[in-house]
Design a protein around this ligand. Structure first.
Ligand SMILES: [Zn+2]
Length: 270
């Protein structure tokens, strides 16, 4: 089994979206400046004897910043060479070769190329799918990270969904590859991926259930961009306990410093 970490570009945003109050004022520094930071957009591919498992699909280039585009709080910067399709091609695969896609959640920096995976079973949390789809149907997305164009595209392709019920924590996809239901917090419900490798050990991908190491702490620190803060803390506690039980390394969703230390495709963990 091989685990590839895919570098799918960058997003930029105010750092307080990642860790609430990170630049909060104090008596002696009453008006600290906001910090505009870049964060990696990432995905993972697991190559197994039972087929390919992809975790997330990156951000669609249509969301990429253009000089004359509208203002946005979180622009994406990517190139054709960084798209999930290009990364698969470098490894000798096409989207049609992927047997399972695990969607952490349906925000645009994760679901941008989901529509390409027509042959795959798409695994997601039932609550994330059903609540996001409800908002889609009600035209209730607003300016946030769910994008109509992403949903239009994957509905048009009649993707084959496998939804993890709210009360199911673990869904084994293949031996050593398990989707883990982290529940509500960052969004309606978030799905992680646990990969158990023979030599490199176990890895737990959290996606945006934990953006960065600071969110895990201890103490747990909530992000500024959040759906349910009380549930977020419970979800983070669950992740910490799960990782400990599995003796797994936690791979954060958008942690620039951790990401810099990881092997990237075509290099891999095995
Ligand atoms: Zn994200």
């Amino acid at each position: 089994m091989k685990l590839y970490v895919l570098d799918l570009g960058k997003m930029y945003l105010d750092e307080s979206a990642l860790v609430a109050g990170i630049h909060g004022g104090s008596l002696r520094n009453q008006n600290p400046a906001a910090q505009w930071v870049d964060i990696p957009v990432q995905a993972a591919l697991v190559e197994t004897a039972g087929g390919l498992v992809l975790y997330d699909t990156g951000c669609n280039l249509r969301e990429a910043f253009t000089p004359d585009g509208e203002d946005t709080p979180s622009p994406f910067e990517g190139t054709e060479e960084m798209l999930v399709t290009a990364q698969l091609k470098r490894l000798g695969f096409t989207p049609d070769d992927v047997k399972y896609v695990v969607m952490s959640h349906l925000h645009c920096d994760h679901a941008g190329y989901l529509y390409l995976f027509r042959n795959a079973e798409i695994i997601a949390a039932d609550k994330e799918f059903s609540q996001a789809m409800r908002l889609y149907g009600l035209r209730g997305f607003g300016p946030g990270p769910y994008k109509y164009a992403d949903f239009d595209a994957f509905l048009k392709e009649n993707l084959r969904w496998r939804l993890i019920p709210d009360d199911v924590r673990e869904h084994e996809i293949l031996p050593g590859v398990t989707a883990v239901n982290f529940g509500t917090g960052h969004t309606f419900a978030l799905t992680g991926l646990c990969v158990e490798l023979a030599d490199a050990g176990n890895f737990l991908f959290t996606a945006d259930a934990l953006y960065r190491s600071e969110n895990l702490g201890p103490p747990i620190r909530i992000p500024g961009l959040i759906f349910d803060s009380a549930a977020y803390v419970k979800s983070a506690e669950f992740i910490a306990a799960y990782a400990k039980a599995k003796n797994a390394t936690i791979l954060f969703g958008h942690d620039k410093h951790q990401f810099a230390t990881l092997k990237k495709a075509p290099d891999f963990y095995a």
